[in-house]
Write a protein that binds this ligand. Sequence first.
Ligand SMILES: NC(=O)c1ccc[n+]([C@@H]2O[C@H](COP(=O)([O-])OP(=O)(O)OC[C@H]3O[C@@H](n4cnc5c(N)ncnc54)[C@H](O)[C@@H]3O)[C@@H](O)[C@H]2O)c1
Ligand SMILES: Nc1nc(=O)c(N)c(NC[C@H](O)[C@H](O)[C@H](O)COP(=O)(O)O)[nH]1
Length: 221
Amino acid sequence: MHVVVNAAMSADGKLSTRERTQLAISGEPDFERVDRLRAESDAVAVGVGTVLADDPSLTVKSSSLRANRVDAGRAVNPARIVADSRARTPADAIVLDDAAETYVLVSEAAPVERRSALAERGATLVTAGEERVDLLRAFATLQDEGLEAVMVEGGGELIFSLFDTGLVDELSVFVGPQIVGGREAPTLADGEGFVEAFPTLSLSDVEQVGDGVVLTWTVDR
Ligand SMILES: NC(=O)c1ccc[n+]([C@@H]2O[C@H](COP(=O)([O-])OP(=O)(O)OC[C@H]3O[C@@H](n4cnc5c(N)ncnc54)[C@H](O)[C@@H]3O)[C@@H](O)[C@H]2O)c1
Ligand SMILES: Nc1nc(=O)c(N)c(NC[C@H](O)[C@H](O)[C@H](O)COP(=O)(O)O)[nH]1
């Protein structure tokens, strides 16, 4: 499996405001880059925090990129993955519509009635971990399902955990020209934070986009 984390952050490293309201960090050229990354992926993953804050669709927006996928014998959209320890994804979340297959990763602690509600909406549930999703086990199951190229779009809690478990191969981040501030505002990697043995990165590309920059790193092994 190849896991790419992609996000947009302000110059001070924030993914959104302290109120978790969506923030226009990048613009159209970056959305097109994200769309191309989605189109190349077998699946696009987010944490349930992102579903609750943004209600994203995670689909490919460009009709020509969708057509290319179909021509190549792939599904029109990549599958969607939601890491959701307690099955909090709302039944009317856009990620549960029929535009793509959706996997919801839950833990043993997810209430049975919430799991049933998601299964009724057509989601495929993957259970791994007691209180929290065991990402190593869950991603191994997803790989068995044929998902090889996985793009992770956030948020900060999920991104930290994926680095913590050593699952990330590549990081690309748009760094935008604004300061958001706020100690409660989500950053690129939240969670508990590393104190020692930090994951290290090797820079593979730098591209200026307007007053921002797209940085691409590979994760050192
Ligand atoms: N700028 C961007 O590119 C971008 C992208 C995505 C999200 N966001 C923003 O990020 C915020 C949401 O981020 P967040 O950090 O609150 O939530 P998140 O999206 O990272 O989701 C966190 C949730 O994931 C689930 N999860 C399951 N297993 C987990 C594990 N092992 N480790 C960690 N989480 C696990 C838990 O239920 C947890 O509550 C929103 O404000 C959203 O707007 C910004
Ligand atoms: N590239 C990018 N620039 C930004 O300025 C910004 N705020 C995001 N944020 C990611 C966002 O939080 C969403 O999760 C998805 O971008 C929504 O995806 P859809 O369009 O619904 O498919 N992403």
